[in-house]
Design a binder for this molecule. Structure first.
Ligand SMILES: NC(=O)c1ccc[n+]([C@@H]2O[C@H](COP(=O)([O-])OP(=O)(O)OC[C@H]3O[C@@H](n4cnc5c(N)ncnc54)[C@H](OP(=O)(O)O)[C@@H]3O)[C@@H](O)[C@H]2O)c1
Length: 327
């Protein structure tokens, strides 16, 4: 395999778990740099996205649900971005030095909370030209989940109306922009005054604070005959009430993990789904991103060794995404 001098080093720093647990279980450790297979690339990680699901994975609940057998030390980090340090012998589409982003859920070779990670080429892509490394690191899982929900699950079409619930969060703020590029009219339900402002800036046609009192009135004003579809990224009483504004025959989608699970009004189809990841979907995502100004909102950045603070920050009000800077 081709490799840089850095990749010739034998070990790397990683934030690894010796057992599942609370934030205190995350410890900086010196670990072997992962070996790559023929169809994998080794990424020198510059930034890692912090997923809303990372604490869940840290506690071991994720491997339990998926029936995976974990190996320790266990390195978290589904999403990240950096520079290719080495390519497997059958890799044709990447070369050493390429700047890439990638997502690999439950990667048995370890995730992005480390100086290096090995990922399958199918899960990696060159970084869209307007994005910073932090933005690219934060992007993949939430953007692919938004896009899967909008196009595959909801079948959203140009000219349709869409409600996005949790519109200032990780998936939601990306869903607004992707839905606008698909040609939908977007009614965004965001969190707080700052969330409302972000959703407006990202192009939503109408925005309300989901914890305010005027949600249903605003939805009726937006679409007097009811809204065609909803992408739900936050559950609860307010969500179920807002969903009564979806028209009969309309559709609701939410990614697994949204709790409580949303309840559909009579005559409305509701589907739970998982975000997908494939070269074709990544190409589609990159094309949509490149078709105009696109913001991946990074609210806070922490150093790798501050990951426990980053996990705490996930539980506090924030907009968009949180990122770990690895180097
Ligand atoms: N199955 C899959 O493939 C998949 C993939 C990715 C994510 N997920 C899951 O999907 C869920 C959402 O992910 P995410 O990354 O978007 O999480 P997130 O960044 O936490 O976004 C959720 C957003 O909803 C907001 N919110 C909560 N209640 C609200 C209300 N009543 N009105 C308006 N906004 C409200 C939150 O604001 P505050 O922070 O102010 O409360 C937050 O901004 C998580 O459970 C995650 O684990 C599943």
């Amino acid at each position: 395999m081709a490799q840089t001098s850095q990749a010739k080093a034998q070990t790397m720093q990683a934030l690894a778990l010796d057992k599942f647990g609370g934030p205190e279980a995350l410890r900086i450790q010196q670990l072997p740099i992962p070996q790559i297979e023929a169809q994998e690339v080794l990424i020198r990680v510059e930034a890692a996205g912090v997923g809303a699901w990372d604490p869940f994975e840290r506690e071991g609940r994720f491997v339990e649900i998926l029936g995976m057998k974990p190996t320790f030390p266990y390195v978290l980090g589904t999403d990240g971005a950096g520079t290719i340090a080495a390519v497997g012998k059958d890799v044709k589409n990447f070369k050493v030095g390429d700047r890439v982003y990638a997502a690999e859920l439950g990667n048995p070779k370890g995730g992005f909370y480390a100086q290096y990670t090995a990922v399958k080429t199918d899960n990696a892509s060159l970084i869209p030209r307007h994005l910073t490394i932090e933005q690219a690191a934060a992007l993949p899982t939430d953007a692919l989940t938004a896009l899967t929900g909008l196009e595959k699950v909801l079948g959203l079409k140009s000219g349709e109306s869409l409600m996005v619930i949790g519109a200032s969060g990780g998936i939601g703020h990306l869903a607004i922009q992707l839905a606008k590029r698909i040609g939908a009219d977007v009614f965004a339900i965001a969190s707080g005054d700052d969330g409302v402002q972000l959703a407006k800036n990202l192009g939503a046609d109408s925005v309300v604070d989901g914890r305010g009192s005027n949600v249903l009135n605003a939805a009726k004003e937006f679409a007097p005959n009811g809204i065609d579809a909803a992408l739900v990224t936050a559950g609860g009483e307010e969500t179920d009430e807002a969903l009564s504004a979806i028209r009969k025959g309309g559709r609701i989608a939410y990614p697994h993990g949204v709790m409580p699970e949303p309840t559909a009004p009579d005559g409305v189809e509701v589907k739970a789904y998982d975000g997908e990841n494939s070269p074709a979907l990544i190409d589609r995502l990159n094309a949509l991103i490149d078709s105009g100004p696109f913001e991946v909102h990074v609210d806070r950045t922490f150093r790798l060794e501050e990951a426990s603070q980053a996990h705490k920050a996930l539980t506090e009000h924030h907009l968009g995404k949180i990122v770990l800077r690895v180097e």
